[in-house]
Design a protein around this ligand. Structure first.
Ligand code: ADP
Ligand code: 3PG
Ligand code: MG
Length: 405
């Protein structure tokens, strides 16, 4: 790997600034509704505590434009403290002399959490002055936030120009997993793409088609493909400006791109559905799920796979009557022996509702980041760690990485 990781450098008794992604959903009372992303950072935090380092955590939450109380991190700190079974010092600001003083008072092995990074517009501007104020708090920077590594923000990007920078355990694991799938998949390699819009995922589709043995299409995007081949799709969600692209992908896909043969339709999402063949969709209905014949075909194709990547529910799974395709596929995949990777907020939600997350090889914390990675893009946060390697002094490396004389 072209960047350094936590275990490459001496982490004992250091002040360590760790970028985590605690951008978690909150419920109506402002409590953490799903702590998957907080739990994902625990191995890194606990490792640093075991090294008696001072752990300074920083994250964004939501997309506030300015200081807004509902985006404060107090509830996140409470949940983190419970998971760590240790005190978390929550600060009410991100930078400035009060924060510097408070960090200065921490003892070795203690953990603190800065306030929401996005209270400062400098964060999203990748501002170097803001980054240098953050950097002044610490000796070493750790990126353990794969899911924001597609953002060139100050706490992900500019900061790496100022401190020796390494990847945390979660970051390393996500990159290694996706890298293996993109470059050395165990074949047959089958991808399933669903979700709402073709335009969201078109780059991923093109890139994956070059790598996979089969690409199974579901979700609303199937109707753009069906319509592009000249079929009637009624009131289904389509993107007319993507018909030409859909036709081009179908033409060059060498039969790897597989479309549903039936679907569940209804006059609106509020009404009951019925199953029709994909070649016989009436004008006055919309398609909201894949049908049972398609589920069976997909199940058979997936049974042959040694690697499966899934992004995007294949139907409007939020409504039970259109969730069958997604649920049946999830249950079928859960039983398979293949390497099984799932990413995307809604897809993970669907899998968590069925309590099947533990049956997948890897559930990515990344939505946008995992899609960009699969699309073959270089994520700014990963490149920043790679470019930082020459900044790490030999003296900081632990012995096994010092080259032999
Ligand atoms: P992810 O978050 O896993 O990347 P997306 O956000 O791309 O997934 O897509 C999920 C959304 O797609 C869900 O809200 C689901 O209701 C919607 N969806 C799936 N199939 C259809 C369909 N046939 N018509 C309309 N919306 C659909
Ligand atoms: C995410 O939820 O995908 C990450 O936390 C990034 O958040 P953002 O899309 O607001 O930059
Ligand atoms: Mg989504």
């Amino acid at each position: 790997m072209a960047f350094r990781t936590l275990k490459d450098i001496d982490m004992s008794h250091k002040r360590v600034l760790v970028r985590v992604d605690f951008n978690v959903p909150l419920d109506a009372k402002g409590r953490v509704a799903d702590d998957t992303r907080i739990r994902a950072a625990l191995p890194t935090i606990n490792y640093l505590r075991s090294k008696k380092s001072i752990v300074i955590l920083m994250t964004h939450l939501g997309r506030p434009e300015k200081v807004e109380d509902r985006f404060r991190l107090d509830a996140v700190a409470v949940r983190l403290s419970r998971l760590l079974k240790a005190r978390v010092h929550k600060f009410d600001d991100v930078v400035g002399s009060d924060v510097e003083d408070a960090v200065g008072e921490l003892s070795w092995g203690e953990v603190c959490l800065l306030e929401n990074l996005r209270f400062y517009p400098e964060e999203e501007r990748d501002d170097e002055c803001f980054a240098s104020e953050l950097a002044s708090l610490a000796d070493i920077y750790v990126n353990d936030a794969f899911s924001v590594s597609h953002r060139a923000h100050a706490s992900v990007h500019a900061i790496t120009k100022l401190l020796p920078s390494v990847a945390g355990f979660q970051m390393q694991h996500e990159i290694e997993t996706f890298d293996r799938v993109l470059h050395r998949p165990k074949r047959p390699f089958i991808a399933i793409m669903g979700g709402a819009k073709v335009s969201d995922k078109i780059e991923v589709l093109e890139n994956l088609l070059a790598k996979v043995d089969a690409l199974l299409i579901g979700g609303a995007m199937m109707f753009t493909f069906l319509k592009a081949t000249g079929l009637e799709v009624g009131k289904s969600k389509v993107e007319p400006d993507k018909y030409a692209l859909a036709r081009r992908l179908l033409k060059k896909s060498h039969r790897k791109l597989i479309l549903p043969i039936d679907c569940v339709v209804a006059s609106s999402p509020n009404t009951r559905g019925s199953v029709v063949d994909a070649t016989a969709i009436p004008k006055n209905v919309m398609g909201l799920d894949i049908g049972p014949k398609t589920v069976e075909v997909y199940r058979q194709i997936l049974a042959e796979a040694n690697t499966i990547v899934w992004n995007g529910p294949v139907g409007m799974f939020e409504l039970a009557r259109f969730a069958k395709g997604t649920n049946e596929l999830a249950k079928a995949i859960a039983k398979l022996k293949a390497v099984k990777i799932v990413g995307g907020g809604d897809t993970i939600d669907a899998i968590n509702k069925l309590d099947l997350a533990s049956r997948f090889t890897h559930v990515s914390t990344g939505g946008g980041a995992s899609l960009d990675f699969l699309a073959g893009k270089t994520l700014p946060g990963i490149r920043a760690l790679e470019e930082n390697v020459p900044r790490i002094k030999k003296a900081q490396l632990i012995r096994r990485f010092i080259p032999h004389p």
